[in-house]
Design a protein around this ligand. Structure first.
Ligand code: FPP
Length: 228
């Protein structure tokens, strides 16, 4: 969701005002996704690298997230939004952690759309954690069964150790504000994602811009390494 800071700067506002406007864009995006029956949306809200930002911006971002959950949770439930989280939330402020746990629990039965909030998320961190988990599982098995053969890890076993174990791979990745990087986002899950780049800053990414990205996506031929 790039460009909140630039959007604010252009208008002579503080960066956090840009993030606030970005939160409104998130709500609108979810509404359009519901209308279009898009079943899964992942939002990169805070990366493992975003801790490098000034403390005032980090605090502001988590306060915004707190506000978002407090103000929107009832509506999310009404709309059928299931909230899930990817990332290590143990490092987040206690209030944010509690609100996230509550939001995940309160919406766990919702079925219209899954909103995957990526918080303190980094794909490398996710993959390293998956390796640690799978290694300990395998070592436990080896020591109890005295297996001496080569250790094999199936794709299914590995995927089950990722935060995204319950949701499918990315189909369309949208990157706003002219950035053209993956920035440590869902590296494993984006193996066959279609990329859409736009110069529009995130707060201005409205319904029409979203449709533009989907129309562009519909023109792609997806071959997954095979033939069309
Ligand atoms: C990147 O823009 C944006 C972020 C690091 C934060 C995104 C967070 C929100 C939109 C608010 C909370 C999220 C939810 C899911 C309610 P940037 O700050 O790098 O902008 P810039 O490149 O113009 O400086």
């Amino acid at each position: 969701m790039d460009g909140n800071g630039r959007w604010a700067q252009k208008k002579g506002l503080s960066r956090i005002e840009g993030h606030r406007k970005g939160t409104e864009a998130v709500i609108n995006l979810l509404d359009t996704s519901l209308k279009l029956k898009i079943p899964f949306i992942s939002l990169y809200a805070f990366s493992t690298e975003n801790w490098r930002r000034p403390k005032i911006e980090i605090t502001g971002l988590f306060n915004l997230l707190n506000e978002f959950i407090t103000n929107e949770l009832a509506d999310m439930k009404k709309k059928g939004v299931k909230i899930m989280v990817s990332g290590d939330i143990s490092k987040l402020p206690q209030k944010t952690k509690n609100l996230i746990i509550e939001a995940v629990d309160e919406t766990k039965k919702q079925k219209n759309i899954t909103a995957n909030l990526c918080l303190n998320y980094g794909a490398r961190d996710e993959i390293h954690r998956a390796c640690e988990t799978i290694l300990s599982q395998k070592l436990e098995k080896i020591s109890t069964l005295h297996i001496k053969k080569k250790i094999k890890i199936s794709e299914k076993e590995f995927r089950n150790c990722l935060y995204t174990k319950n949701i499918p791979d990315v189909d369309l990745l949208i990157r706003t504000a002219g950035e053209k990087r993956l920035s440590n986002f869902l590296l494993y899950q984006c193996a066959y994602a279609e990329f859409y780049f736009t110069d529009v800053t995130w707060p201005d990414f409205n319904e029409e811009e979203f449709y533009n990205s989907i129309i562009d996506f519909q023109s792609r031929t997806r071959k997954y390494g095979g033939l069309a």
